[in-house]
Design a protein around this ligand. Sequence first.
Ligand code: CO
Length: 135
Amino acid sequence: MLRRVDHVALAVSDLNASIEHYQRVWGLTLSHREVVAEQGVEEAMFRLGDTYLQLVAPLDADTPVGRFIQRRGEGLHHIAYEVDGIEAALATAREHDLVLIDKEPRRGSRNTRVAFVHPRTNHGVLVELVEIPHN
Ligand code: CO
């Protein structure tokens, strides 16, 4: 079902400052940066082995990530797992009575299709399912 960790996502309030931090302190190289307006965020991705570290910054305070940072501060936001078929993964989550944030897949960055599963029924961890286009 879950094939690999696609990315670990950290909520940050200042994307430029955080990118600079991960480059200067931890020696990472930025591989991708994209505004995902539908999710109210700008994302930055650093390749790390066969996965990514993702920084997500809110486009404004009144967005899910903006409210997350107001409530809990910066920090670990979600873990994203690659799946082969996102509809099948969502159906499995539904069969197990998990609370879904997305009933249908939506567009993620890098032309992926993604869906979020609520932390309440997943032992406290917000999970993003990611289907990567192969073409
Ligand atoms: Co993500």
